[in-house]
Design a protein around this ligand. Structure first.
Ligand code: ITT
Length: 200
């Protein structure tokens, strides 16, 4: 089985991605390569941050790898928190702080439509590739469920009545932003012909 490095310090993301790719790829985490430091995420776009994380590991550790950056884009807030989703309530804040700030900011606004958007940046044999996954839904008025992480307790995807936090991991993965982006990545990797093997 081929191995691939997933650049993330987020154990929830790691669990989700492993559930999709395990059996097809052996996932090595940033911790497994001793990359435990905070990786800068200073871009003002989701694409830019995903690339920044993957390039950081390539440049400092020498490995081909992929990284994901995700944002929650709320229509009534002009797309916020977006690229700032992790630090919406301030640097070092908790998931609960972010959810509370989101619900307070939205207040009674009846326009609750939102989407999660994930961009995966892959660096492979000297080239960079991007894969995007989006799921549309709405923000409910109070958190529900105990699974998942981040904004999952207040996000209900279109076509469902339960939040991501109330869903089994397999169901979230089958419809989520990250699940969709990872499926595109897997499809690409399955069809990828290594330049090394082409040259042999
Ligand atoms: P990395 O180490 O991979 O950078 P991170 O937690 O900093 O992990 P991101 O910057 O990609 O991840 O994510 C920004 C925030 O968006 C994250 O802190 C969560 O609050 C939220 N988020 C990301 N994916 C989510 C998901 O699937 N469900 C709910 N919230 C999510």
């Amino acid at each position: 089985m081929k191995s691939i490095i997933f650049v993330t310090h987020n154990q929830n993301k790691l669990k989700e991605v492993k559930a999709i790719l395990d059996g097809k790829y052996h996932i090595i985490s940033s911790t497994d390569i001793n990359c435990t430091e905070e990786i800068p995420e200073t871009s003002n776009t989701i694409e830019g941050n995903a690339l920044q994380k993957a390039r950081y590991v390539k440049e400092n550790y020498g490995y081909d790898c992929f990284a994901d950056d995700t944002g929650l884009e709320v229509d009534a807030l002009g797309g916020e928190p977006g690229v700032d989703s992790a630090i919406y309530a301030g640097v070092g804040c908790s998931y609960e702080d972010n959810v509370r700030k989101l619900l307070d900011t939205l207040g009674d606004n009846p326009n609750r439509t939102a989407r999660f958007r994930t961009v995966i940046a892959l660096i492979l044999e000297g080239r960079e590739y991007l894969f995007e996954g989006i799921v549309n839904g709405r923000i409910i008025r109070e958190g529900k469920g105990t699974g998942g992480f981040g904004y999952d307790p207040v996000f209900v995807p279109d076509g469902y009545t339960e939040t991501f936090s109330e869903m089994a991991l397999e169901l979230k993965n089958s419809i989520s932003h990250r699940g969709r982006a990872v499926s595109k990545l897997a499809e690409f990797l399955n069809q990828y012909k290594s330049t090394e093997s082409n040259n042999n």
